[in-house]
Structures are given as C-alpha cells and as structure tokens.
Design a binder for this molecule. Structure first.
Ligand SMILES: [Fe+2]
Length: 455
C-alpha cells in the first residue's frame, strides 16, 4: 500500500516532510559561503559547492522527466553541467572541469533548484493517482539518500576549500567521559551479513527510519564464515598515529603495500591529510582552527588512506578488520543471541550515541566521548566520527541485483569498503550495513580505522 511507504516512520513523517527537510539541509550547509566560494574547484576529486546544489536537483529532474507526464526539461545546458557520471543520462562535463565554468551562476542554479522543488512537491501531492506510486516513492527516497551523500561530500569539499576559514556555527567540542582500551574477542562461525541479516532473529524493530531504506549494495543478506577474531574497542588515535610517524613509519618500506609505498614517495606523504609541521611540531587543521596534534592525542586519527591505515596496522602487529568482522562486531549481541540494527540496539542514532552531522561538532570527538553508543563487546564509536577502513574489496554480495543503473553497480572494482559513517553523515543516512567505498589512496574524506587481529 502506498500509504505505508509514504509514512516512512514516526521519525521521518511523510515523504513531503522528509523531502523538505533534506533539501533544506543542503542549503543550510552552504549558507555561510560567500559567492566566490561556490564555483572554485580546489582539486580534481572535489566539486564546487554550486555544482552539488545543482546536481542534487538534476537527480530529481531526471525523476520528473521519467515519471511526470508532460514535464519539460528546464535547460539542456544544465543536464550537461549537472550530470555526474551517468552514461545513461547523456553527455556531461568532465569531473575535473566542474570548476572551469562560471555559468550557470550561483543565483541561476538556486532558481533551478527552486523550480525542481516546486515541481517535485506538486508531483508528490499527485502520487496517489500514479499506478506505479510505490516505485516512484522508492526513487524519491533514493534521491533523498543521494542528496544526503552529497551533503557529506559538501562538508569534505568545503573543508578542502576553506577549512578553518569556513565561518560555521559549531557546538562546543565534546569531551571524553570513558576510558576505552583493549580488544573485544568475538566468536566466529557461520553468520549472516548484509541488510536484513537480523531477519534470522527477531527483526530489528522494523520501525527504525534508518532501516526503511537500504542501498542495493547492502543486499541480499547472505551467510559468511568467520574465524574467531579480536577487534579494538577504540579507534586508532592521533597519539598512536604520531608514534608510528615518530618511529619513521612513513620512511620505512616494510610497513607498506607496494602501491602504498609508491604513493608515499610520489606524493611525499609524511602525515595524514590536514596535518602541518610548524617549527618541528605537528599540527592538525580542521574547521575550528589549527591544533597541536599532541593536544588532540586522544582524538581518532582521520583523513588517512587505506595505505596508511594498513601500514599502521602492520607496524603495530595487527591488521584491519574485514567488513564482515566489522559488521559482526557492530551488531551482534552475544548474550541475547540477536543481531541488533545498531551497536547500541535497534533505535536509530541519537546525539548521545554517535557523532554524526546533527551533533554539529564539525569534527571528530575524543575517544570515549560516546559511551552510550557502546556495543555488546565494549567497542565504542563504531557509528559516527570516522568512516572505518576495512580490508574488504568493494564487490557485490552473492545474489546482488542492481536496483538503479550506474548508481552502485558500476563501481564494483578496485575500491575498498569503509563502514560506520562520520561526523559529516546525517543521522537518517547511516546503517550498520551501509557500505561506503573509496580508492585505497584517497584521504580527503573523513576516514579513520580500528585494528583487528586473529585469535
Ligand atoms: Fe551524485
């Protein structure tokens, strides 16, 4: 029934409410920008903020084109400029050239965005008359999840563009209230992985808004065999990473994969991204300014590549977890023999449980700042703060079926899976089964890690 889909859940209310709130947040994120900031592209991998606000609207315009009878394309130039990588939607500007055009202007892009919103809201109100309303509603939700992905990318891109020059209101820094140390030992065996895994046990509430949707790459639930393993209760900290650096970690080939070692030498890496050496002291720049790395020794290390995470893990005598191990650790409640939706249980994330976008910190929080987000094994901050690198290749699960061409299915090669969300991820957008993916050398996103080992 349409009505059951339309009322996604108590938390999200109607699709119209959800549409309005998600679309508004994108504009809230860019609101401190000056007009000059919107069109600059500081690196091939980032996109100008103006492009994000147009592209997320373009996504909804393709939906209107396909499902709103008589819809007229707003501008073929915009279709070209705001398409990202979809071959199926025609020619588009090359990604590194998004910052080479000053038109459409920011103002024109916002007019376009408002036009799409107007048409979408009318369209949503007429959905009951459509024979394929459920299919269309699923696409609208996909469009909103897509927009939330771009909200997170906007945070990364604005950080790369402006960092501490971005004048955004931030909540006071969080503080650590619990000591988190040691490892959790987790029993292996045959177990379920992926979205719907908890269906083998009592379902995870069924009313958690975050579980009303999943990307196709999280499905289907399937069985994997895991050996017993141990996983760190805490994320790797800046202090621990500094020790690796001081031990010559970036100068010693023995810790690195061959490709990683080549990258270290080619790019002259000596530290994570956003670290700066001032008078022999390592400093970390973030949205709130420049900080002594020592003063943030108990914060999770972030902006590291898969290569750096793997090198550290080898140096410390451990390894990265696989994504199956990570998900098992995050969700399994051994005492109750249930698979939870989240480390803390079945309720969606709250401010006290995980450092996500709504917390408003615009930064990682110290290790031990979220004891209420603890899992059954004592692991903390598995959701929020930093996306955690796993050693798993991003490949389709057995039985995978693409639900939207070119969205996830064409990226199943040469990338690694990251889990758990970051301080830039909206609460509604994250799930324990969420599979993010990046290339092994990338570190402009908020990426960190925790270590694991065999037992
Ligand atoms: Fe996109």
């Amino acid at each position: 029934m349409v009505s059951t889909i339309r009322e996604f859940s108590k938390e999200t209310g109607s699709i119209v409410d959800l549409y309005k709130s998600v679309r508004a947040r994108t504009m809230q994120i860019v609101s401190p920008l000056e007009i000059e900031d919107y069109v600059i592209q500081t690196a091939d991998f980032m996109s100008p903020p103006r492009w994000h606000i147009g592209h997320t609207s373009w996504f909804f315009e393709t939906l209107l084109q396909a499902h709103q009878p008589g819809y007229k394309v707003y501008s073929t130039d915009y279709l070209f400029y705001f398409n990202s990588y979809y071959e199926g939607f025609g020619a588009r500007i090359e990604r590194p050239k998004r910052g080479t055009k000053s038109r459409p202007t920011v103002r024109a892009t916002i007019v376009y965005r408002n036009h799409v919103d107007e048409r979408m809201l009318l369209f949503l109100q007429s959905l009951d008359n459509l024979p394929n309303a459920e299919t269309v509603l699923a696409l609208v939700r996909l469009g909103l999840e897509h927009e939330m992905q771009h909200q997170e990318l906007l945070v990364y891109d604005i950080k790369h563009l402006l960092c501490d020059q971005f004048d955004v209101a931030m909540q006071p820094a969080a503080s650590s209230t619990a000591k988190v140390e040691g490892v959790a030992e987790i029993e292996g065996g045959l177990m379920w992985l992926g979205f719907g895994s908890s269906g083998v046990n009592p379902p995870p509430g069924g009313n958690t808004s975050n579980y009303d949707f999943a990307f196709d790459n999280e499905k289907p639930a399937h069985q994997v065999f895991l050996k017993d393993f141990a996983i760190d209760k805490a994320l790797v900290s800046n202090g621990e990473f500094l020790e690796f650096m001081r031990d010559g970690g970036y100068q010693n080939f023995r810790w690195w994969f061959s490709e990683g070692w080549e990258t270290v030498n080619r790019e002259q890496w000596r530290s994570p991204l956003y670290w700066e050496l001032h008078d022999g002291r390592w400093m970390i720049r973030d949205f709130s300014g420049l900080h002594e790395a020592e003063s943030q020794a108990d914060y999770p290390v972030s902006h590291v590549s898969f290569y750096e995470a793997s090198a550290f893990a080898k140096w410390v005598g451990k390894r990265l977890p696989t994504e199956a191990e990570w998900e098992r650790a995050a969700c399994y409640d051994q005492e109750r023999s249930t698979v939870n939706a989240f480390p803390w249980g079945d309720n969606p994330p709250a401010i006290a449980q995980a450092n996500l976008f709504e917390n408003g910190l615009w930064s990682v929080a110290p290790i031990g700042a979220f004891p209420k987000g603890v899992n059954a094994y004592g692991c903390q901050q598995m959701i929020g703060d930093v996306w955690e690198w796993t050693t798993s290749d991003y490949v389709p699960y057995p039985g995978f079926k693409s639900e939207f061409d070119e969205y996830n299915d064409k990226w199943f090669v040469n990338q690694k899976v990251l889990r758990g969300g970051s301080f830039a991820t909206p609460q509604l957008h994250i799930r324990s089964t969420y599979r993010n993916f990046f290339h092994a050398h990338e570190r402009w996103m908020v990426s960190g890690f925790r270590c694991a080992r065999d037992v």
